[in-house]
Design a protein around this ligand. Structure first.
Ligand code: ATP
Ligand code: MG
Length: 326
């Protein structure tokens, strides 16, 4: 049976990039007949989190988000990363066969440094822990956004290093990425949307707060009548995520033509607010209902952890034996 595995950090509230690049794909995969393991990466989040109450809250929020967006916990294991201790054990085994140079080349690490984030050892070794997450479940496919593809490749490298030394222990995983427009959703500043960059839009934002969030999408001072290449207008990157192709084509054409009939940025933002509200309305309602039963989320996470642990215990056992620790 094909195994899919992915994770999301409880480092803030899940945003539109997480949705289009990952969560929506994860929910769709549950219908493919394989096995799905999705974890909430709390060990990873600890590399930046310093607020215990907030971290706990964020873990629940990620779980609620998945459930509201249609994840079926009867078919999918949704669990907390830290509920599977074997992952940290496998991470140590992998760290012991991984060169420092490999980690120094990680884009996401370099991006975070460039943003002025002071790195700790955990942030540096993040790809090792992520490789352990992937390899612990005999994963075939890892559905992720563009930014995580390099980490999956590193997991391939680490699996290969370990297998070359100790025999065929780890299965080789492959990244599974959606179309490029979905795999790298921009933030309001035009850079990759990220929870930790302050440029994100929460999936369930609505009303005035949504208007404010969309109001922050960067525009320029060109007047509506000036003809514009829609590909050079950040707002179109957002509109194309939500509008039907025929409607989108109309907006693009009018922007390109310019003149009296051309839309201004304010007009486009207004349409985007409506489209986001509408797109997530059913999920928002489900989320409200789920909020009323907090213990329901706990049960889902416990059940997921049990299933994940079974698999990881078997894989860790194989790895420990192969390298001589057992
Ligand atoms: P952080 O800033 O804390 O790293 P993040 O916003 O990058 O948070 P992650 O939890 O690291 O989110 O990533 C969860 C999933 O969402 C991953 O599969 C990742 O590839 C995907 N993802 C994150 N940001 C985007 C984006 N802007 N566009 C598409 N997919 C994204
Ligand atoms: Mg990230």
């Amino acid at each position: 049976m094909t195994t899919y595995l992915s994770g999301i950090q409880p480092s803030g509230r899940p945003h539109l990039g997480n949705y289009f690049g990952a969560i929506r794909e994860h929910v769709r995969l549950q219908d493919r007949g394989g096995e799905c393991f999705y974890f909430i990466a709390d060990y990873h989040a600890l590399t930046t989190s310093r607020d215990p109450a907030r971290l706990r809250e964020a873990v629940r929020d990620v779980a609620l988000t998945y459930l509201a967006l249609g994840l079926d916990p009867g078919r999918v294991a949704l669990f907390r990363q830290s509920d599977v201790k074997e992952v940290t054990e496998i991470a140590w085994l992998l760290a012991s066969v991984t060169g420092i140079g490999l980690l120094e080349r990680a884009h996401s690490y370099k991006d975070k440094l460039a943003r002025g984030i002071k790195p700790n050892v955990g942030l540096f070794t993040y790809p090792v822990l992520m490789a352990a997450d992937i390899l612990a479940y005999d994963t075939d496919y890892v559905p992720v956004g563009r930014d995580q593809v390099q980490h999956v490749e590193m997991a391939q490298d680490m699996a290969q290093s370990f297998n070359a030394l100790f025999g065929e222990v780890f299965r080789r995983p492959e990244a599974l990425m959606p179309a490029e427009t979905l795999a790298k959703v921009p933030g309001v500043d035009g850079e990759k949307m990220s929870k930790s960059y302050g440029n994100d839009i929460w999936i369930f934002e609505s009303g005035k707060a949504l208007q404010a969030a969309i109001g922050r999408i960067k525009t320029d001072s060109r007047p509506p009548e000036e003809p514009k290449d829609p590909d050079g207008v950040l707002l179109f990157r957002f509109l194309e995520l939500f509008l039907e192709p025929a409607e989108l084509a109309g907006w693009r054409e009018r922007a390109r033509a310019g003149g009296a009939g051309a839309p201004g940025y304010g007009h486009m933002k207004k349409r985007l607010v409506e489209a986001v509200e509408e797109h997530f309305a059913p999920a928002r309602a489900r989320r409200e209902a789920l909020l009323a039963d907090p213990s329901g989320v706990d049960r889902v996470l416990e059940r997921g952890a049990k299933k994940a642990r079974e698999r990881a215990v078997a894989v860790a056992g194989r790895a420990l034996e192969a390298c001589g620790l057992r």
